[in-house]
Design a protein around this ligand. Structure first.
Ligand SMILES: Cc1cc2nc3c(=O)[nH]c(=O)nc-3n(C[C@H](O)[C@H](O)[C@H](O)COP(=O)(O)OP(=O)(O)OC[C@H]3O[C@@H](n4cnc5c(N)ncnc54)[C@H](O)[C@@H]3O)c2cc1C
Length: 368
């Protein structure tokens, strides 16, 4: 289920089977002089998995990947195949469907002419980042922030469009993925797990050696994607941009109060608003803040604190990462929640797609 079915270069539309990997989709588009307007950090996901969970990149001028979907074919548990085009009232439900409405078998994606990007990195105190989140987000097309909580300064990454020829670096990419991330960083993280007092020192060394230098121009999809990171866990919250600084400051205070040693960056990204019923960016431009940690004794209390702070600030969870909210909390965060539950009941009357996760999210009485 990963074939390109139709590529209309003039109309800038591609129709694909929904199991296609994002990196395969980007390669197919590139051959035709086209590209995805935005992507997240990796390209290993299926298109279906990425859109169904609200997967996103970082730009206030672009929505998440589901926002690029023009039409979907959905095989429902009732045994029918629905063609949901742009005018169909259920498309905004099915675009970020969490696998709850049926199996997405095909999708049509709006794309753009191929483009190149040049990355630059600046170091800014995290308190300054918090104080200027709105202007930071609005200032560039593609901007994201990484902050290692052991450091006073965050890294602001900007991707700027360029006409300069892309520099292919297959060997460097292979080295980053197979050697630096899989062997060096994995080993270093194990060391930090055994000797937590080294975490800040290790984080500093990683930042200096790996993120200091700016990268050459690259094809957009290569510039968006990073080498596959070492094994770690993630939780992520989406809030209106105006609430993000307070949420971040609360997490910062919790980390400092408890002395947790955080060995992965906090990632601050921005997503334009959209109308998908269950999209974390539904209804307002959003700051999506990811909290990551490789295995360590501090992981459980850190994620529990982030979850509690997220509840206080009305944070919507990333559907593809860890969260503990249930239907009663989620209903208050999503204005179309009950419409989604009603549609789920209609499309899956006997609860064929029920799972423990979906029962928690929508309530065990919401299907079947
Ligand atoms: C290293 C790494 C980096 C990441 N980077 C980002 C990032 O930059 N931005 C971001 O937002 N997220 C990011 N994520 C999260 C990731 O994009 C999501 O977890 C995504 O869902 C994974 O895609 P998948 O194809 O593996 O999905 P799966 O795990 O296969 O599916 C996820 C869910 O999607 C639904 N689904 C899958 N296929 C279908 C289908 N055919 N029909 C209906 N429903 C379906 C199901 O509910 C399923 O549970 C990252 C994850 C990892 C591991």
């Amino acid at each position: 289920m990963r074939q390109v079915l139709d590529l209309d270069v003039g109309a800038r539309r591609i129709r694909v089977q929904a199991g296609i990997r994002l990196e395969e989709l980007s390669e197919a588009l590139d051959h035709a002089g086209l590209a995805m307007p935005i992507l997240g950090s990796i390209g290993k996901q299926s298109l279906a998995g990425a859109i169904s969970t609200g997967t996103h990149g970082s730009s206030l001028r672009h929505g998440n990947l589901a926002a690029l979907i023009d039409s979907i074919r959905l095989a429902t548990p009732r045994g029918e195949v629905l063609a949901l085009d742009a005018s169909h009232p259920w498309l905004p439900a099915a675009r970020v469907g969490l696998g709850a409405l049926g199996v997405v078998t095909e999708a049509t994606v709006r794309v753009v002419p191929a483009f190149q990007l040049q990355e630059s990195v600046t170091f800014v105190p995290i308190t300054e980042v918090e104080a200027s989140l709105e202007s930071l987000a609005a200032g560039d097309e593609f901007v994201k922030v990484w902050w290692f909580p052991t450091a006073p300064e965050a890294m602001v990454f900007r991707l700027t469009r360029t006409d300069r020829a892309p520099v292919e670096r297959p060997l460097a990419r292979w080295f980053d993925e197979q050697i630096t991330n899989r062997i060096v960083f994995e080993g270093v993280l194990r060391l930090a797990g055994r000797v937590p007092s080294m975490t800040a020192w290790i984080n500093r060394a990683i930042v200096r050696s790996y993120f200091g230098a700016s990268s050459p121009p690259a094809r957009s999809f290569r510039a968006f994607h990073l080498a596959m990171p070492p094994l770690h866990r993630e939780t992520e919250l989406a809030v209106p941009i105006g609430r993000a600084a307070a949420l971040l400051a609360d997490v910062r205070t919790a980390i400092a109060t408890h002395g947790w040693r955080i060995n992965f960056p906090v990632e601050i990204r921005f997503v334009a608003q959209d109308d998908a019923w269950m999209s974390p960016a539904h209804g307002h431009p959003t700051c999506q803040i990811g909290f990551y940690q490789a295995q360590s004794a501090d992981l459980a209390p850190y994620f529990a604190a982030v979850a509690a702070i997220g509840r206080e600030h009305g944070g919507r969870p990333h559907w593809g990462k860890e969260f503990d909210l249930d239907a009663s909390a989620l209903r208050t965060l999503y204005p179309r929640f009950d419409d989604f539950v009603a549609l789920r009941r209609e499309l899956d009357p006997s609860g064929t797609l029920r799972s423990p996760a979906l029962d928690r999210i929508f309530g065990s009485d919401a299907a079947g």
